[in-house]
Design a protein around this ligand. Sequence first.
Ligand code: CA
Length: 313
Amino acid sequence: MEFSYLQPGRPAVFKDNFVTKVNECLASYKDGARGEIGLIGLPFSKTSISLSQASDAPKSIRACLSTFSTFSGERDQDYKNIQVLDFGDVQVHPTDMEESIERLRISVGEMLARNACDRYILLGGDHGVSYPSIRAFSEHYGEIGVIQWDAHHDVRNLEDGGRTNGTPFRSLIEGGHLKGENLVQIGIRDYANAKVYHDYTKEKGIIVYTMNDVEITGIVPIIKKELDRLSKVVDTIYLSVDMDVVDQTFAPGCPAIGPGGITSRELLTSISAAASHQKVKAMDIVEIDPSRDFRDVTSRLAAAAMLRFMFNH
Ligand code: CA
């Protein structure tokens, strides 16, 4: 005899038959599969210089996808048929940091070698994961340009603590994987960095837009100008989104929260502006610690950022 209202083993989630939730677009990658978007989790935050459980963010961001539908009223467009191939999370080493970083590079490279998707989303993790990830992209695609949303330069010295979430862009530049002039930093905040690193960005030719520049020029014109410049000199553009670029009010789950950052709307409109460019192939989202978040505010913003990247025309 069947149950009337019970569904054994399944939670009682309301289903409107006319609504598709974004999580329903995800399918686990299988050999030979093709999709528009490839998704991978880089759950590693042991290299964070402050206490961080950002390794839990791939799980929390994926879960927040179920809070959004696939329909854009602004465009009168339903994106329910977009295929997102989920490659799962990388198994990192429990104690060996360099081994873990190498596993991240190998895994991103193996995903790209499948040529299964047009574009990719990578979920950190602390910002240290961007070093192996961007390195893997440069090994696969050739000359790479990076637009980095961040309150910090992330070019700290490696003598004090090895490779941390404060060093990824220094490692990329000094390893020859990324040219200084092909790195654009947006949203850099006062009293969050040191003079020696400010000088390092100038010495290496890194293009820096501070929060004051964002206020004066607007973030979308900055993105458009830099995409235009980068697209003439690089093969592929990678977006690296450190959520601490967002003001602490909108992103309370970041380990390095701070006032005076961009708004959630500025983040979303700038990602939309970047994602529609044909050379933009990837976006990572890093520095969300779900254990310190409030009502999944930060993970939910990250999921909204994914939508802007995925559903971009
Ligand atoms: Ca950062």
